[in-house]
Ligand binder design. Structure first.
Ligand code: SF4
Length: 398
């Protein structure tokens, strides 16, 4: 048995352990175990600094999970978009391929609780129909292996799947959606990296949510994957009490770049049953994104998205940078709340450099704040923008 497998085996997972370690009432612990079992491996457990900290919140079961009865079991409608077992086909040229129900840690906010945990939730016997589907659908260029966590498979099993996928000519890219570099970095072994090299291009989508998860161990794991030729991206979830403040995410995203992981997505938390207590307001997310842009490298800034309930897919949302647009120009604000105009190539007749003069800025600021003399004066050529309302967003702190 490899070290990482032993660590999974040594995880906190029983009701007795929950009662003893986290002082959870036994009846509640039994309810939580029934709802979504716990798995906290010794490595991730060691990252907890105090009860209720951002690491604790992500892994220790909480009575609030049982109080949430409004959330959806399958908020992204993955099952409805599953033509055969283990495949979700939502986007034209990509398919999600669920290969295991196991994870190195069970995250309390998980969107896929219905699939994750017990080994009977995803049947390996049904992989054949998934392979057949992927073979028949020549429009699929990109397969995202997920689960559960595909790196919970043994190297041998994982290689069998990769080998089979590589016999399908139209599959150009394989992605592994894995939280292992974050929650159990010991899984990233030289042997695994050597094996992955044979099946490139393999991209790794990993999942760090808090800077405390960036440790010497997780740094090494991400560097090994990068050295093995796999680009590594991060998908974080915005969560109350975990990372819903600018400084935390600034630190997380800049540190990820240092370990050669590109911040890729920041998700609003899904409307998943039992995870409502993690959800923040959309305005909070927009405020954070506005405070990040311009103040840290664009490389460190992920797309902020809502994975639309009902299976609408990922939809990017941005702070309000566009103040006005017509056929001549677009009026924008930058990260310092300064106003700029960019003119279309035809019929453009601006002041030449795009930077508005003081008079125009003042008039537009009237529009933003709506305060000045209660005026609704508009700059020259200003036309009403029907779709935007400019939120009061805290300016950058630098
Ligand atoms: S690793 Fe992913 S699939 Fe597994 S419990 Fe965490 S969020 Fe869910």
């Amino acid at each position: 048995m490899e070290l990482w497998q032993q660590m999974v085996r040594d995880s906190v997972h029983t009701v007795d352990q929950l009662v003893e370690k986290f002082n959870i009432d036994r009846k509640v612990a039994e309810g939580l175990d029934e709802f979504f079992q716990a798995r906290i491996n010794p490595y991730y457990l060691s990252l907890i600094r105090y009860p209720g900290d951002p690491i604790w919140l992500q892994c220790v079961p909480d009575i609030k999970e049982l109080e949430d009865i409004d959330g959806y079991e399958d908020p992204l409608q993955e099952d409805a978009m599953s033509p055969v077992p283990n495949i979700t086909h939502r986007y034209p040229d990509r398919a999600l391929f669920l290969t295991t129900s196991q994870c190195g840690m069970y995250c309390r906010f998980c969107t896929r609780k219905r699939k994750v945990g017990n080994s009977d939730k995803i049947s390996m016997r049904q992989l054949e129909s998934a392979f057949k589907y992927l073979e028949q659908h020549t429009e699929i260029r990109d397969v995202i292996m997920s689960g559960g966590d595909p790196l919970m498979l043994t190297d041998t099993m994982l290689e069998k799947i990769l080998q089979r996928l590589r016999t399908i000519p139209h599959i150009e890219i394989i992605r592994l959606g894995t939280k292992m570099p974050c929650v159990l970095p010991h899984r990233i072994t030289p042997k695994l990296c050597e094996m992955l090299k044979k099946y490139h291009p393999i991209y790794i989508n990993t999942h760090f949510n808090h800077p405390w998860e960036i440790t010497p161990e997780s740094t090494k794991a991400c560097e090994m994957l990068a050295n093995a030729g796999s680009p590594v991206q991060n998908q974080a979830v915005l969560m109350k009490g975990v990372n819903d403040d600018t400084d935390t995410l600034k630190e997380l995203f800049t540190k990820l770049l240092k370990i050669r992981v590109k911040p890729y997505y920041l998700y609003m938390a899904d409307e998943t049953r039992g995870a409502n207590h993690f959800r923040t307001s959309i305005d909070k997310g927009l405020e954070i994104m506005f405070a990040l842009r311009g103040n840290i490298s664009g490389l460190a800034i992920p797309h902020f998205v809502i994975d639309a309930p009902g299976g609408g897919g990922k939809i990017p949302i941005l702070p309000q940078y566009v103040l006005h647009k017509d056929e001549h120009s677009i009026v924008l604000r930058n990260y310092k709340n300064q106003i700029y105009a960019y003119h279309e190539t035809k019929n453009g007749n601006g002041n030449g450099n795009g930077h508005l003069n003081n008079n125009e800025i003042e008039k537009i600021e009237v529009e933003i704040s709506g305060k000045k003399n209660g005026s609704s004066r508009k700059p020259k050529n200003y036309k009403d923008v029907t779709t935007v309302s400019v939120p009061e967003v805290e300016s950058n702190k630098n």
